[in-house]
Design a protein around this ligand. Sequence first.
Ligand code: 5GP
Length: 183
Amino acid sequence: MTWSDPDVGRTVVERDELQDRVAQLGKDITSDYADRPPLLVGVLKGAFMFMSDLARAIDLPVEFDFMAVSSYGSATRTSGVVRIIKDLDLDLTGRHVVIVEDIVDSGLTLAYLRKNLAARGPASLEVCALLLKEGLQKVDPDLRYVGFRIPPAFVVGYGLDVGERYRNLPFIAEYAGQLPERH
Ligand code: 5GP
């Protein structure tokens, strides 16, 4: 199968733009955390690809952990009520934590995560989001690192799915198909 799929719409971020920006984010994190190697906390499943490329662009001995959350709401709108499906394995006490997120839309999922992780006593807590949808945040997302600001369309690729598909697209594209009620 090729990606000549009619549901894959306009490209929003090209493959080489992703590579260049992720390399830059890795450099920024490397210099900001030179004296305190960070613990990267990836939010599954969407951030897995970004996390793996970002980690290889960081020239420090980072550690990894993952969390899986599910937000209640429709496919395109989160309610802000978040359920932890898989919790972290590591203790965050005294750690310099960087949350690695795929996309921030309303910001509600991230607001929940930040509050939840901040309560675990990290020495510092920052967020690195690959994509930020412009103008849709209900709460100030306060992102230390942002890959790209994109217009408010539903996108797929580079970890982002619709019904588990399209995660392995090597670029970010608008989804041109019918969105399911939930995904
Ligand atoms: P928020 O709570 O910021 O509204 O939504 C964040 C979560 O909703 C993301 O982590 C992601 O799982 C999902 N999401 C938001 N926008 C998109 C999108 O355009 N495409 C995909 N595939 N998921 C999205």
